[in-house]
Design a protein around this ligand. Structure first.
Ligand code: XUL
Length: 536
């Protein structure tokens, strides 16, 4: 057997089985990225005929991906690593990320097939027959409205479901997907030995055995008690019979689940003592990749949608907004995630109304208008909003006296849209217990200094900026290092210690106390106007 790599030479691999690609990021012990690679499902595996990695079904609601495609992608990725000479024999630990909520249905005999993999053949050839369901429901599926309603009835209402599982019943959440399969395809359910998440399934392929679901990705199922970090009996009960046995155990996210399979060592040159750390969901891994290491660190990602996620100690799960998951790097803590659908497209529409329609004009408008917009408040809804659920698109404007206003001048609209988006974020984050101590701003709009200024003043905390491409794969690599370090030292080592060497993000803004006070005063008025808009 080869010698253990010295700690200095050790490398850590993170995989990310996302909707459209399987990505890999390899880091060294100094946390530098040394290699990156990706297999794109549509282009590299055209025989599965996916679009954006998925199949959209004629009912307009069902969305699936072929489970065997994820296996084929891993074969291809590992072959490329071999061809490109990635130093696999220095990899001390591997972890990974999977798109959240997707489920993989394994029939009896799958475990023996995983344990008995033969080195002379690829995974695809040996595992083609292990699926009880060839097409895995994924997070884009919204076909389970009936099952969601039934869950909420059975468990005492939407707030009761949220209180226990961290989220009200959502169509894409795995428990509701499982309930639908049980109802509509009882033969599939009966033939199933194990239901894995995408994350735990890919971990199984590396470990050569069933891998447990980690408590962070497990929080996206509507089946787990997020406080006890255990399957919740009543939530299982209303889903399908014999479910606990089919789901297997739950483990903390930093758990080393075992060494890599003899197959991976013999066929792909990994060390037989390379450790597999439990895989988790893509959002939990991104939290790790953005190094949100302390309670109160939050990330605001400004893209097509604006997504906020962050670490918190005392969550307030809500039926009306957001999700609470167990934190993937701080076992006692939680993470919250809130999605606002009206993000950059909405800002762009308001930008187009500025003279010249450029971002420069938008910045000039922000610089030329005062914090609080002289009492004017607008709600700019281009697409039906998730948080809060404003379904009817349109611009809703109010003057300082709370009267409906037909129009604002373009500069007031520029300030109005940005202030409104971040006041909404502050309000709804606070509703689920997320109060930031620092913000990491990422995504397109984080390059705009005047937008960053408003985020900073609305929340009243310092804002850092930085891009972290492939944050889920990188987060998985960090988590591999984290799990490996905890195992090595025989104690829980904080994630903050483990990622201390990573280069800091740039500190971009400090709050202005006077502007922050304006926003704090504005918040109750904003909340009242939001209720008016919601009431129609
Ligand atoms: C989270 C969600 C998506 C998926 C795919 O709840 O549905 O973000 O994790 O990225």
């Amino acid at each position: 057997m080869r010698n253990t790599p010295s700690d200095r030479d050790a490398l850590f691999l993170g995989l990310d089985s996302s909707t459209q690609a399987l990505k890999a990021t390899l880091i060294d012990a100094e946390l530098r990225v040394v290699r990156e690679g990706a297999v794109r499902f549509d282009d590299d595996l055209p025989e599965f005929r996916t679009e954006g990695g998925a199949h959209r079904h004629p009912d307009g609601l069902t969305v699936t991906s072929p489970a065997l495609m994820w296996v084929a992608a891993l074969d291809l990725l590992l072959e490329r690593m071999k061809r490109e000479g990635w130093p696999r024999d220095r990899v001390a630990a591997v972890s990974g990320s999977g798109q959240q909520h997707g489920s993989v249905w394994l029939r009896r005999g799958a475990r023996a097939a995983l344990r008995g993999l033969r080195a002379e053949r690829g995974l695809r050839e040996q595992l083609a027959g292990v699926f009880a369901l060839e097409d895995s429901p994924i997070w884009m599926d919204s076909s389970t409205g009936r099952q969601c309603a039934a869950r909420e009835r059975a468990m005492g209402g939407a707030q009761a479901v949220a209180g226990v599982t961290g989220s009200r019943a959502y169509e894409r959440f795995t428990g509701n997907q499982i309930a639908r399969i049980f109802e509509e395809r009882p033969g599939v359910y009966a033939a199933t030995d194990r239901i894995a998440l995408v994350s735990s399934f890919v971990a199984s392929l590396l470990a050569g055995d069933y891998a447990p679901i980690d408590v962070s990705d497990g929080s996206g199922m509507n089946l787990m008690d997020i406080r006890a970090r255990k399957w919740h009996p009543a939530a299982l009960e209303c889903t399908g019979p014999g479910l606990e046995r089919r789901l297997g155990p739950l483990v903390p996210s930093h758990t080393v689940i075992g060494p890599v399979s003899p197959w991976l060592a013999a066929r792909h040159g990994f060390r037989p003592d390379c450790q597999v750390v439990a895989f988790s969901g893509d959002n939990p891994n991104s939290l790790a990749g953005l190094r949100l290491r302390h309670t109160g660190d939050i990330a605001v990602s400004m893209g097509t949608s604006d997504t906020v996620f962050g670490s918190l100690a005392d969550p307030k799960p809500s039926a009306s907004e957001g999700h609470i998951f167990v934190n993937p790097v701080e076992p006692e803590a939680y993470m919250a995630m809130v999605v606002h659908k009206n993000g950059s497209l909405t800002r762009e529409q308001v930008r187009d109304r500025q003279p010249g329609g450029s971002w420069e004009a938008f910045e000039t408008a922000l610089r030329g208008t005062p914090p609080g917009n002289e009492g004017r408040i607008g709600f700019y809804i281009t697409e039906p909003e998730i948080t809060p659920p404003i379904m009817r698109p349109g611009d809703y404007r109010f003057d300082a006296a709370g009267r409906t206003a037909e129009a604002f001048d373009p500069a007031a609209d520029a300030r109005g849209v940005v202030e409104s988006q971040f006041l909404s974020m502050r309000l709804h984050c606070a509703n689920i217990g997320l109060t930031p101590k620092s913000i990491l701003a990422t995504g397109g709009a984080s390059a705009n200094a005047s937008v960053v200024r408003i985020v900073c003043d609305v929340f009243g905390v310092p804002v850092f900026v930085g891009e972290q491409p492939n944050s889920a794969a990188l987060g998985a690599a960090y988590r591999a290092l984290h799990g490996w370090t905890c195992r090595r030292q025989g104690r829980f080592v904080t994630f903050a210690e483990v990622v201390a060497k990573a280069p800091p993000f740039r500190r971009a803004a400090e709050p202005d106390p006077a502007a922050h006070a304006v926003y704090t005063q504005m918040l109750p008025r904003y909340a009242a106007l939001e209720r008016r808009v919601l009431a129609g």
